[in-house]
Design a protein around this ligand. Structure first.
Ligand code: FAD
Ligand code: NAP
Length: 534
């Protein structure tokens, strides 16, 4: 029987793990190598070994209503998108509110996890830790790995001939903290992900010129989306997911491209993705188009070769006198504390996890990897639902299929991922589909039919409104009595954050137009559906 659970890391995933273990009567012990909680969101002046590192000005790209723990909304006065320090404050409030801190052993590094000799019978793990030079080994009934997935830089030097000859400075975006050091310099940022675009935009305020090199382009979205609403409140809805599932692929692709092109024509800014319909993670940057328009950021193709002081790009152009190169080329995953890493990376060094969480080949399902999947949704509610499910699996209350069925499921998901998201080493999923897959066996997926009959107002908000985390505590085990109110007031909190001055309302449509709308209602409906969906 599972009782004692070891949790590696006290970031947002590790805290969710502690909470869920406690909720289900397990005894969590969380090991955190640093002296603080929050993981990536605990900003430090220098990158620390083994822990994710952010730059000073990182703001969230998920809004507060979509990014909270299921039963712990952000304070009303929080902005919709937050500076990392504000999120860190919220994480502390969560840990204090649910009394999680007493389960954390700070400054304690997990150095080894291995199966105990009786693993095939009991499923137990030996966890070796190190604190102030002192080593300790303990036995746990289960392990939750919450050590983060944006820690180990992907620095693909082999893809960049000549970089050794380059006389300027080069480093990975993980080392970047703030722009001042680059005043007056010519900087090349390689990689059009969220790190690359944030850093390029920030540097463009001080550098003499910024070049942003992209090998395959990206869709660039704004946090402030249609009519000024947060992008994720508009896009991450059950209605859109349902439409996406029923529409033919060609139509769905057309709507997707149309929606992504809504703010500006990407080809005019050199940003258009090579494969326009692949749903790889977009870049969220409100300022990039305007920085390009002002000429302070110049978008370039992939680098062909580095020379001593210049850079040759794939299109044959050469940029002279480059002082600094920042490789914003993403991250790779590693679990250096696993004695046998192939438990997690079981095929060709690729992560193979059932539901993106459980290693399928284990004799006993007593290990869970939390926070690895990537989607349009935020990591906090995703990690929390993963933890709720994993704890039930540990306790035998959610039963797993046979190994071969789990492997089939993993392969099927990998095929779908390739089709919709292209090839990448991330476990990319559709947010709502994935959340529901975990919510169904837990008995916490809201029933729309039941809601329609008993609480139609709530049903409409659940289906057409944003799929906020509260939906997963509306019903079933772990139900939260505040969930209904939180859903029905989510727009008040969102608008309250920006309506900080009483302003006159937008004038009503001219009466004749209103009449025309009524006359052409069916046509209009089709157009609205098309405009809403991508
Ligand atoms: P982490 O935050 O990385 O925490 C892992 C913890 O484990 C750390 O505290 C670390 O010290 C500890 N640890 C690691 N190894 C050991 C060990 N061996 N022993 C003991 N302790 C250990 N996601 C969103 O949803 N929205 C966003 O807006 C967003 N913005 C992001 C911005 C940046 C710049 C980056 C890089 C990522 C962003 N992400 C965002 C994704 C991000 O990974 C998650 O938001 C989240 O921080 C992941 O939390 P985590 O707890 O899984 O991992
Ligand atoms: P990323 O999303 O993985 O982007 C890496 C970029 O590097 C991609 O453009 C990729 O190009 C390019 N690249 C990788 N290998 C390359 C190679 N060999 N040659 C040329 N180009 C290469 O990494 P990231 O931007 O660091 O983001 C990591 C995570 O943190 C993401 O989930 C992101 O959302 C999050 N993040 C969030 C924020 C925020 O909230 N403000 C800020 C930063 C990061 P291809 O597209 O062609 O592969």
């Amino acid at each position: 029987m599972v009782r004692r659970v070891a949790i590696v890391g006290a970031g947002v995933s590790g805290l969710a793990a502690i909470r869920c273990c406690r909720e289900d009567g397990l005894e969590p012990t969380c090991f955190e190598r640093s002296e603080d909680i929050g993981g990536l969101w605990h900003y430090t002046e220098h990158a620390e070994e083994g822990r994710a590192s952010i730059y000073r000005t990182v703001f969230t790209n998920s809004c507060k209503e979509m990014m909270c723990y299921h039963d712990f909304p952000f304070p009303d006065d929080h902005p919709n998108y937050m500076h990392n320090s504000k999120l860190h404050e919220y994480i502390w409030k969560y840990a204090e509110h649910f009394d999680l801190l007493r389960h954390i052993r700070f400054k304690t590094l997990v150095t080894k996890i291995k199966k105990s000799p009786n693993f095939s019978v009991m499923g137990q793990w030996e966890v070796v830790t190190e604190k102030e030079g002192k080593e300790e080994t303990e036995i746990f009934d289960a392990v939750m790995i919450c050590s983060g997935h944006h820690v180990y830089p992907n620095l693909p030097i082999a893809d960049f001939p000549g970089i050794q000859k380059f006389k300027g400075r080069y480093f990975h975006s993980r080392e970047y903290k703030e722009p001042e050091k680059f005043r007056g310099k010519k900087v090349l940022v390689v990689g059009l992900g969220n790190s690359g675009s944030d850093i390029a935009v920030e540097l463009s305020t001080v550098a003499s010129q910024v070049y942003l090199s992209s090998r395959s382009g990206s869709w660039v979205m704004s946090r402030v989306w249609e009519h000024g609403y947060p992008w994720d409140m508009v896009i991450v809805t059950r209605f859109r997911t349902w439409l996406g599932n029923i529409l033919p692929r060609a139509l769905s692709d057309w709507l997707y491209v149309r929606s992504m092109s809504w703010p500006f024509k990407h080809e005019n800014f050199g940003l258009m993705p090579v494969n326009r319909t692949v749903r790889k993670e977009p870049v969220f940057n409100d300022d990039l188009p305007s920085r390009i328009a002002c000429g302070v950021v110049k978008v370039k193709p992939n680098v062909k070769e580095f020379r001593e002081t210049s850079v040759l790009f794939q299109d044959g152009t050469v940029q002279e006198d480059v002082d600094v190169v920042i490789f914003a080329t993403g991250y790779s995953y590693a679990y250096p504390f696993m004695e046998d890493e192939s438990i997690i990376k079981s095929r060709n060094n690729e992560v193979t996890l059932y539901k993106g969480i459980i290693p399928p080949q284990l004799e006993k399902p007593t290990m869970a990897v939390i926070g690895l999947v990537q989607s349009f949704g935020s990591i906090i509610p995703t990690s929390e639902l993963q933890c709720r499910w994993a704890v039930k699996v540990f306790q035998g209350l959610c039963r797993l299929p046979t190994i071969s069925k789990m492997m089939d499921d993993i392969d099927e998901k990998a095929g779908k991922k390739l089709k919709w998201y292209g090839s990448s080493n991330t476990l990319q999923m559709d947010y709502i589909t994935y959340m529901d897959e975990l919510a169904v066996p837990l008995g916490v997926k809201p029933s729309l039919l039941k809601l329609l009959l008993t609480d139609p107002r709530l049903a409409l908000e659940v289906f057409f409104g944003p799929c906020t985390p509260y939906q997963f505590r509306l019903t079933g085990p772990g139900k939260w009595s505040g969930a209904r109110t939180a859903i029905l007031t989510q727009w008040d909190r969102t608008l309250g954050a920006t309506r900080t001055r009483v302003a006159p309302a937008t004038p009503q449509t001219f009466p004749i137009l209103a009449m025309l709308k009524v006359l052409f209602l069916p046509l209009l409906l089709v157009a609205v559906l098309a405009a809403l969906y991508w």
